[in-house]
Design a protein around this ligand. Structure first.
Ligand SMILES: [Fe+2]
Ligand SMILES: [Fe+2]
Length: 439
């Protein structure tokens, strides 16, 4: 009695694949979350930084122009002369005293205003600045500090500065400077674009880095899970095989019955009634549990288990204890677990796989839907295999004869719905019985 482990592992790999598809979805799920988080954080940083940058730029301008004007005042005596009235306010003279200011990049108009609020010189003739003496920012400039007005209209910015002109400690007047709105806007837009570009690239780099770290650890974890999963399956197989080894009649019983359970469960999933119940996880657990259904046979003496002839009534009663022995073993194991596991299904399968739909089975004489679905599936898989396999006391029945017997037992030994499923998938049952035939 030699098992084809390659086939068994291939079969198990199919189940592993189902689990890995779920983890594959987790990879997509988490990378999308990381991407959304990186975009959100980058956008927020972009807003905060561009606002900070605009304020910073404004402060830089407000500080930069007064320094420049002071340098101009020191270099160009015409400015103070204009304010003291020593120079005429003709257009050509006006231009000479404000020429240096207009040469400053971005300045669109400039004026020199005396302390009474009168324009002493200006860059263009249409600058009237009526009521300037009452302007708060002008008054602020007269007190020695730079005043400014910053406005944003239709996404176009304008900055007007009132810069005190000093001679020693005396305030001689105020320089009015208006910065070209489109120039200021283009500077701010340019710096904002640069900030967004840097933030976006940083965000992209951060995403790539996080994705790499996550993907790397995910791959590592996936490999560990695969190994753990396969180790569990092989351990289950070993447990089931241990019981099987002692029972000379069963051959590749474990492999085939697991395959039959899988066929029935996958077909049941297509039916509306079982759709929500038969999840991929549940099917996977059913197939994992199937090899353990006869584990209780380890408690049956060899003299009964390996008896070539018919069992006496007393021996048969002892044989009938194997479902409960099996569930006892599995319950003891399950008690040690701290989380829900497939053992619940394995216990059901082991304990009730000899129950009959009409209540004449053993050990609990359950009937109908009181028998857990897992055990009803296992019962048919188990009997089909017993019928279609050769035993020391009988030849293997033909597939057709097996179908006929199972049909007759519908509503007696078996759940009629599961018999219905079997009949639609009988060809697959036949294929498995041939493919995994006893050596
Ligand atoms: Fe059994
Ligand atoms: Fe069995």
């Amino acid at each position: 009695m030699v098992f084809n482990h390659t086939k068994y592992i291939m079969h198990m790999k199919g189940k592993v694949k189902t689990k890995l598809n779920i983890t594959g979805n987790i990879l997509i799920y988490y990378t999308v979350i990381i991407l959304v988080m990186v975009i959100a954080v980058s956008s927020l940083m972009g807003i905060i930084i561009s606002r900070y940058q605009e304020n910073h730029l404004l402060i830089a301008h407000i500080e930069f122009y007064p320094e420049l004007i002071n340098v101009l005042v020191d270099k160009d005596p015409t400015i103070l002369q204009t304010l003291s009235g020593k120079k005429s306010s003709g257009i050509s003279d006006n231009k000479s005293s404000v020429a240096g200011m207009l040469a400053i990049k971005g300045v669109s108009s400039a004026a020199i205003i005396n302390t009474n609020g009168e324009i002493a010189a200006q860059s263009n003739l249409n600058l009237t600045l009526k009521g300037i003496s009452l302007n708060q920012q002008f008054i602020k400039a007269l007190s020695g500090s730079t005043g400014y007005e910053y406005t944003i209209k239709d996404n176009d910015r304008s900055l007007i500065l009132y810069i005190p002109v000093k001679s020693g400690n005396d305030i001689k007047g105020v320089v009015y400077l208006s910065e070209n709105g489109s120039h200021l806007t283009s500077i701010i837009h340019g710096s904002r674009f640069t900030a967004w570009l840097i933030i976006s690239l940083s965000g992209l780099l951060l995403y790539i880095l996080l994705f790499y770290i996550f993907y790397h650890s995910f791959r590592k974890q996936k490999k560990i899970n695969e190994h753990l999963w396969q180790t569990q399956d092989v351990t289950i197989f070993a447990l089931g095989y241990q019981a099987e080894l002692r029972d000379l009649e069963t051959g590749k019983h474990i492999e085939r019955t697991s395959a039959y359970v899988s066929i029935i469960a996958k077909e049941l999933k297509k039916h509306e009634k079982y759709k929500t119940y038969m999840t991929d996880d549940y099917i996977s657990d059913l197939v994992r549990s199937a090899p353990l259904h006869d584990i209780g046979k380890v408690a049956i003496p060899d003299s009964i288990l390996r008896k070539p002839g018919k069992l006496t009534d007393e021996e048969y009663l002892i044989m009938q204890t194997h479902p409960e022995h099996g569930s006892d073993i599995l319950e003891k194991a399950e008690e040690r677990l701290t989380f829900p596991s497939f053992f619940k299904i394995a216990i059901q399968m082991s304990k009730y796989h000899h129950e009959k739909w009409n209540g004449t089975g053993y050990p609990s004489k359950l009937s109908g839907v009181d028998i857990p679905l897992s055990a009803r599936i296992m019962a048919l898989a188990d009997v089909y295999d017993a019928l279609s396999s050769a035993r020391p006391y009988k030849e293997a029945f033909s597939h057709e004869k097996c179908i006929s017997i199972i049909k007759d037992e519908s509503g007696k030994s078996f759940d009629p719905e599961i018999v219905g499923i079997f009949l639609t998938k009988e060809q697959e049952f036949k294929n498995v019985s041939i493919l995994m035939k006893d050596d």
